[in-house]
Design a binder for this molecule. Sequence first.
Ligand code: G3P
Length: 275
Amino acid sequence: MFHKKTKIFLDSANPAETAQAIEMLGGLDGQTTNPSLVVKNLNQSSKISEEEMLGFYKTNVQKISKLIPNGSVSIEVYADQRTSAKEIYEQAISMNEWIDNAHIKFPTIPAALEAAAKFIKQGGRANFTLVFNQKQALAIHNLVISVGATKGQVFISPFVGRLDDIGLKGVDLLANVQKMYQQLQSPVEILGASIRNLNHLQYCFDIGLDIVTLPLSIIKEWHQSQNITYSPQNLTPIGFENLDYTQKWQDIDISHELTTKGLLKFAQDWKSLLE
Ligand code: G3P
């Protein structure tokens, strides 16, 4: 094995892939889903109602949960720039009832943070997604501290590959958030997402990241490879920022162009099949 402490999640909304990943790795610590993955898994071209779409999502999440009853299964709320905190909160409550081992995924936008604060305060488990910089990670930590949470109750998902896509060294964000969270003694666990290759995976192992979520294609490559080592790539490093940790989470600017773009893509994919 190449890792000692990093938990392995599968990034897929398809329970058949869960079974394959378990077979290859001998187990899984969890699974993450998102609206684009749900639509991909639905694999159909005719339009359906939102109720049918949610029903499909629920059925598959329940199948996944049965395969990994002791793991965590992330279910993502629908949100676009107009969705209110109340609407997001209501979705979180409803999705959380689908299974016993859910982490509800909230995009890192103001309305979703407001909804998540209420949800976490009541004991809900959350996974903040579409994270692209350290300021967003600080806001999430400060939010969690303000409402109280135990270790493992909240995850944060920095997106590595999408930073690479714009020429930045995405894995640096993982190391920077990890360093900041160590300084803050944060209860929030870091989940490396948008993992595109074995190089990314090895980096997560090398720094002892809490969790990494992998598409089945990467699990297959990993399974077949004898050895993997991290080799630096020609990307612009992301420096560690010395932020003012005492700021209130509501006062931290969490806007990021890739968060906006990612939110739009999830919303477009979700709506692409709706009547
Ligand atoms: O875990 C998030 C992931 O599904 C996004 O990956 O490759 O679309 O950036 P990607």
